[in-house]
Design a protein around this ligand. Sequence first.
Ligand code: CTP
Length: 237
Amino acid sequence: LEQVIALFQPKVLANQRVLITAGPTFEPIDPVRGLTNLSSGKMGFAIARAARQAGADVTLVSGPTALQTPCGVYRINVQTAEQMHDVVMSRVNTKEIFIAVAAVADWRIANISEQKIKKDIHGKVPTLQFVQNPDILAEVAALPNPPYCVGFAAESENLLQYGEAKRKKKNIPLLVGNIGPQTFGKDQNELMLFDANGQTYFPRANKHELARQLIAAIAARLAPHHEQNSNTLQSSL
Ligand code: CTP
């Protein structure tokens, strides 16, 4: 069924190699506990599916989720931000497009306990120390010959202001903003795209539909001349 659905999708990313991160990361505290976030992975998986249906060769680096791998997508599972970083950096050189959808933990625990931390240590509460994780997207964007980089921003307020600031800070051509609490775990979302030309709003819709619109928007930005030509062609028909 997935292959039949794919047949009807325009192949706007034919022959493109796409690397996508998705889901949360999980940063261990001890062998039974850890820190994570509310990302479900649904948006990233929908984008992987849409890119595949658009003809791309897709590698999906996923944090812990219970989601099924989209048909035809090559998936690598990771747990921590450092693991995600290492997998991305070892594979990104051969890719034309990098889409960072994962909600990567900004910090990991510096003093991970080898054994389960016990509660009955004379009423004392454990102290956690944090160390900052590598910023995968910023590192990829800073490569000498980077792929086309698309970032995500999950904010809880001031999306218009934070979105454009984040795009500039990470030095990427396209950033996709959404409101985290309104989308985490849900099947629907609404997106605001930020690029050098301004903002584009994608109204609330199913994540699969939004993923297709986003893939079309990326393809149009990668091949603006091709887009213009096909518009000219359409208007002359
Ligand atoms: N990202 C990443 N590696 C990190 C942190 C974030 O690749 N260590 C990517 C995310 O996948 C997303 C984008 O960067 O595409 C924005 O992530 P976000 O957490 O919203 O931004 P931060 O730079 O961490 O800013 P802040 O948390 O302060 O809003």
